[in-house]
Design a protein around this ligand. Structure first.
Ligand code: NAD
Ligand code: TDX
Length: 336
């Protein structure tokens, strides 16, 4: 099998490429990545070979996309602008990459009859109320209504709709997955967990938005990779699968677990202005994936996963340190 992996030099894409190399070594891969600020050739260090090629280019470039699609059996589509705070400052690149980029790939997949897996997010469903005894059982399911609340999630919702349209009307052999918040190695330091860890390592105080009561449902990126592989190889065409590991935590708890694991006092952080429109709670019901495809998350001890992630950032300072000052300067300009 030969795969086209878009966005394979980003966080989740690079972890997926590494997962496939390790578990399915016969699979050949072409990574198509624009190497935006979020993409990094170093994320594929030790993986690139005759069997795994990196093509630096844009998923909106129809000529290039067609050339590559003509060579593969399947495409796993990760490439996107992915950070909510950036979309609030400038949504335009999100429209380009997430909507036009997905459209460009779908047209090429249609033309060359390539199996297509679209990687999306639980944020397309908007948010859930914070859990009380009445609402704790409420989770997103594949039947949940699309109700995105941010510019980022609106563009991801649009891309999901394109996949549905191209599947039904043009017979593109596509599946779709909506996953909860990922954590693990190679995550860009703009995101909450790596930003917090690297702030502490760099002697800066970490930042908590608003009250810290917002809840995210965390999954280790290795479990996300295994789920995508199961859907790509055994999922039913036209279906949507939700991916999550039942690890709901509020941001304050995550902050305090990181501080504790790094030997810092529990209150060694700053509360900063809240994110506009900040989604309150995400929670995934992954039972369809479990029942149909037998997938189960392996990394179910969040504290242990967090310790591994902290160790990864401790031992990869050369990977993140050159970007640290610029990322924090950008946040400071917007008082976050
Ligand atoms: P990321 O920002 O770390 O990586 C995105 C990658 O896509 C980068 O390598 C970037 O260079 C590339 N890219 C962006 N625009 C491109 C373009 N026009 N052409 C080619 N390459 C382009 O993002 P991530 O966190 O790894 O997310 C990957 C995918 O997973 C996204 O589609 C995102 O919506 C989805 N997702 C992310 C999470 C999460 O928690 N991070 C959760 C659920 C779903
Ligand atoms: O410094 C911070 N302090 C803070 O409290 C940052 C960067 C974030 N936060 C909060 C905001 C969120 O409630 O932490 C939570 C997580 O924030 P992000 O890491 O920015 O992730 P989120 O906005 O939840 O979106 C992520 O998960 C879904 C990914 O970035 C998306 O690509 C994915 O679709």
């Amino acid at each position: 099998m030969k795969l086209l992996v878009t966005g394979g030099a980003g966080f989740i894409g690079a972890n997926f490429v590494r997962y496939v190399r390790q578990h399915h070594p016969a699979v050949r891969m072409i990574v198509l990545d624009k190497l935006t600020y979020a993409g990094n050739r170093a994320n594929l260090a030790g993986v690139l070979s005759d069997q795994v090629q990196l093509v630096v280019g844009d998923i909106c470039d129809a000529t290039l996309v067609e050339q590559l699609m003509a060579q593969v059996d399947a495409c796993v589509h990760f490439a996107a602008e992915s950070h909510n705070d950036n979309a609030l400052r400038d949504p335009q690149p999100f429209l380009e990459s997430n909507v036009i980029g997905t459209y460009t790939l779908l047209e090429a997949a249609r033309r060359y009859d390539v199996r297509f897996h679209h990687v999306s997010t639980d944020e397309v469903y908007g948010d859930l109320p914070l859990a009380t005894s009445d609402t704790a059982a409420r989770k997103f399911t594949p039947e949940s209504r699309y109700l995105p609340s941010s510019p980022y999630s609106a563009t991801k919702a649009a891309s999901d709709m394109l996949v549905h349209g191209w599947t039904r009307s043009f017979g593109v052999r596509a599946t779709l997955s909506n996953c909860s918040n990922n954590y693990g190695p190679y995550q860009h330091i703009e995101k909450f967990i790596p930003r917090t860890i690297t702030n502490i390592l760099a002697g800066r105080r970490p930042k908590l938005y608003g009250t810290g009561r917002n809840v995210r449902d965390w999954i280790n990126t290795a479990d996300h990779s295994a789920a995508i592989w199961a859907i790509l190889t055994r999922g039913r065409i036209g279906e949507t699968y939700l991916i999550g590991a039942n690890q709901e935590l509020d941001n304050l708890t995550v902050m305090q677990q990181i501080l504790e694991a790094m030997g810092q006092p529990h209150d060694a952080f700053d509360l900063v202005a809240d994110r506009p429109g900040h989604d309150r709670r995400y929670a995934i019901d992954a039972s369809k994936l479990t029942h149909e495809l037998g997938w189960h998350p392996q990394m179910t001890d969040f504290r242990a996963g967090l310790r591994q992630t902290i160790q990864w950032y401790q031992s990869h300072e050369a990977w993140w340190a050159p970007q640290k000052a610029a990322v924090e300067a950008e946040y400071a300009e917007h008082q976050q």
